[in-house]
Design a protein around this ligand. Structure first.
Ligand SMILES: Nc1ncnc2c1ncn2[C@@H]1O[C@H](COP(=O)(O)OP(=O)(O)OP(=O)(O)O)[C@@H](O)[C@H]1O
Ligand SMILES: [Mg+2]
Length: 306
């Protein structure tokens, strides 16, 4: 996606515009996982939703193999609907509570894969069920009769039934408890690799992102401030905000102290680097907006200190 921006207007009398995304660009190769990490409110879900045409961007383009994905109104064009899919944080909202799992699993195929016969759909459903680690006994249940982890598996099976080439997973396991999280993530990673799916994996947890991803992009207040291969970013983070994130998972206490400092010192400087008023190393140059520059193999940093 290229230079994607999103503005919202707020206020009833004094309509103020504020930018939630500010010129966000990145690409995901087939079979690759790009992790998108950043604090709450940095715009990660907005990236996911605008990419898939669920909310229209204010400007910018989304390309799938050099083809424009969004219509002029910002909706996803029909031909991409099966190819690009999303898994949300609240999986239960993706399932109809009144539909049995067996019906829920057939529904997307009935709508999108009209060339398949019922018999073919049912045998595909059986394959998918095994792929996501569910058994036949789950088919006759309703969503409320399954656990959160099982629901997320059903949602994944529904998505896989459309053979997507590109998948966005927006904090897919943050509602699950830790042991189930690991199982679901392991399964997602395996399915992604086996099917050569390009994955945009969104989380605020850099440790999880590091485990899932080939490359990581760090987002801060609507901008990508650094991107690099996962290992490189975790070992040599350069941008002061990336460093804060990486340090955070080696020492959580230190992080919360620093985080409080950051929040208390934020003055919302407009125009320049969004991290300006937090950054212990900020200089006069930082009042100008930095652009992403390549400083090493596939390592991009938006910081005047490079
Ligand atoms: N419809 C809307 N109208 C106005 N502001 C919005 C709207 N949707 C999102 N925002 C704002 O946009 C910003 C980014 O939100 P977004 O949901 O993308 O963050 P996020 O990085 O996904 O956070 P989290 O980690 O909590 O999921 C937030 O400040 C949010 O309040
Ligand atoms: Mg979000």
């Amino acid at each position: 996606m290229e230079e994607l921006s999103k503005e919202y207007t707020a206020g009833v009398f004094n309509r103020k515009r504020f930018k939630v995304l500010d010129g966000v660009s990145f690409s995901v190769k087939p079979g690759e996982t790009l992790g998108l990490v950043g604090e709450s409110g940095s715009g990660k879900s907005t990236v996911a939703r605008t990419m898939l045409g669920l909310i229209p961007p204010s400007s910018g383009r989304v390309l799938y193999q050099d083809q424009e994905v969004l219509s002029p109104k910002g909706r996803m064009k029909k031909e991409f609907c099966g190819k690009m899919q999303i898994i949300f944080q609240h999986p239960e909202s993706a399932l109809n509570p009144r539909m049995k799992i067996c019906e829920s699993l057939l529904e997307p195929m009935i709508i999108q894969k009209k060339d398949l016969t019922r018999k073919e759909m049912k045998s595909r459903r059986w394959e998918l069920l095994q792929q996501v680690g569910l058994s036949e006994e789950h088919l006759n249940r309703y969503p409320h009769e399954l656990s959160g982890g099982q629901i997320q598996r059903v949602v994944l099976a529904r998505i896989l039934s459309l053979s997507p080439q590109f998948l966005v997973a927006d904090e897919p396991t943050s509602m699950l408890d830790v042991s189930v999280q690991a199982q679901v993530l392991r399964m997602l990673k395996q399915i992604q690799a086996e099917n050569g799916i390009g994955l945009l994996f969104i989380s605020h947890d850099i440790e999880v992102v590091n485990w899932m991803s080939d490359r990581i992009a760090v987002m801060y207040k609507g901008q990508i401030v650094e991107s690099a291969p996962a290992e490189e970013l975790c070992q040599n983070p350069f941008h002061p905000y990336s460093r804060l994130l990486v340090e955070s998972f080696s020492s959580l206490k230190q992080y919360s102290a620093k985080r409080d400092w950051v929040e208390n010192n934020y003055t919302g400087e407009a125009g320049g680097c969004h991290y300006y008023s937090h950054c212990p190393q900020a200089g006069p140059d930082c009042r100008q907006r930095p652009v992403l520059k390549e400083t090493g193999a596939e390592h991009y940093i938006a910081c005047w200190l490079t």
